[in-house]
Design a protein around this ligand. Structure first.
Ligand code: SF4
Ligand code: SF4
Length: 380
């Protein structure tokens, strides 16, 4: 929702925002962060209030009960997902982190040291580094080196264009040298669709980024350097079949650009943050939520990522997942003094109830959605 003093024009599907506040004029052909839009949803509590409003839509917990499914719980910790900050060189319209070039929230090295301690104590196998553009955190390379020395499987959620930014000429080589698995966003193999969601020129620069990764050995079937692409719908539909889409990406990217990759993950747009703002502005919030609820698939429940993951924010606070992190939904039933990675006793935080809400319908719709892509066979 936009407050007075701002004028937003929508032209040919691309947002052109003119900030006319306090006499200041700023023009951008990219979507703005919620703070720049002066949106009420900059406050996570406002997002939760809207999502949990008494409006006749089933609550996630009630639907689990109706389907005779137990409450969600976490029983083990396989993945520590570390969000190292909200700074990003892009401002994508669907971003659930509300990241952008103006954000200043960055994880310190001390907090990263606390993450390393948890990795050691809990014998975490996989550390999933996300942001923002995680590579923009000044301690990113140090963190990767430490994790690599611990023998962890390290994932970098890379937006691809960061590989083409001045100063990052050796980034692809660095990732390869430390055997980092690259999980890279590319919402479409068509330029127009990608640029509509992620900004003008992003597709071309993403292709350059992929070519750099391929040149370092990423994406080859006989290489250990895994390159995963991530698709999310440009609009309000659910993702198509993951295997079929992977085949289409493989054919298109190889034929047109000579690009190779290992796997494709499909993810659903979550009704939070900038995508929620966009849904409200377009009057499509109710219909999108109805789509998610109608497509609820009980077969996704066992594979939900919150069941084996802990998420850490840039300040070291712990959450069930990156989405709960953005909504500031803390770990339920865990004493507040141990909700921080610096204070946490691993036994207190691994086995726990999971905090759910209507946003969770985004993870359970259709074939399901997680940081590892689709979870189950699509509901028929
Ligand atoms: S690249 Fe990722 S973190 Fe950056 S704005 Fe886009 S979706 Fe958000
Ligand atoms: S949003 Fe998804 S991953 Fe997070 S708690 Fe809900 S179901 Fe689990």
């Amino acid at each position: 929702m936009l407050r007075s003093g701002w004028l937003l024009l929508v032209t040919m599907g691309k947002k052109v925002a003119f900030a006319l506040r306090n006499g200041e004029k700023e023009e951008s052909d990219m979507p703005l962060t919620l703070a720049k839009l002066d949106s009420e949803f900059v406050d996570p509590a406002r997002q939760v209030a809207l999502l949990e409003a008494d409006n006749g839509m089933p609550r996630f917990q009630d639907l689990l009960r109706r389907e005779r499914l137990p409450e969600l719980t976490a029983e083990r910790l396989d993945v520590l997902q570390v969000n190292v900050g909200k700074l990003c060189n892009q401002t994508c319209s669907h971003c659930h982190v509300d990241a952008g070039p103006h954000r200043r929230e960055l994880m310190t090295r001390e907090t990263m040291e606390a993450c390393l301690r948890m990795v050691r104590l809990a014998h975490v196998q996989t550390v999933d580094i996300t942001g923002g553009a995680p590579e923009m955190n000044p301690h990113f390379r140090w963190f990767v080196q430490q994790l690599s020395a611990l023998g962890c499987r390290v994932l970098d959620r890379c937006n691809l264009t960061i590989l083409t930014v001045a100063g990052n000429e050796d980034l692809a080589e660095f990732l390869a040298q430390h055997h980092v698995h690259v999980v890279a966003s590319l919402p479409c193999y068509l330029e127009e669709n990608t640029d509509r969601q992620r900004g003008d020129g992003v597709f071309r620069r993403s292709i350059q980024g992929l070519q750099k990764l391929n040149a370092c050995g990423y994406g080859d079937s006989n290489s250990e350097l895994e390159l995963v692409l991530v698709f999310n719908p440009v609009g309000t539909s659910l993702p198509p079949n993951q295997n079929e889409l992977e085949r289409a990406y493989r054919d298109q990217l190889l034929e047109r650009f000579g690009i190779r990759f290992n796997r494709l993950f499909t993810v659903t747009n979550m009704p939070i943050s900038r995508f929620l703002e966009d849904l409200i502005r377009q009057g499509r919030y109710e219909s999108y939520m109805e789509t998610l609820v109608q497509a609820f698939n009980s077969q996704t429940i066992t594979g939900l990522m919150c069941r084996n993951t802990l998420s850490v924010d840039w300040q070291g606070n712990l959450f069930d997942c990156d989405f709960n992190q953005m909504l500031d939904l803390q770990l339920p039933g865990v004493p507040s003094n141990v909700q921080q990675v610096t204070e946490a006793n691993v036994d207190d935080v691994i086995v726990r109830k999971i905090q759910t809400g209507r946003h969770c319908f985004g993870c359970t719709a259709g074939a399901g959605s997680s940081c590892q892509g689709a979870i189950a066979e699509e509901k028929t």
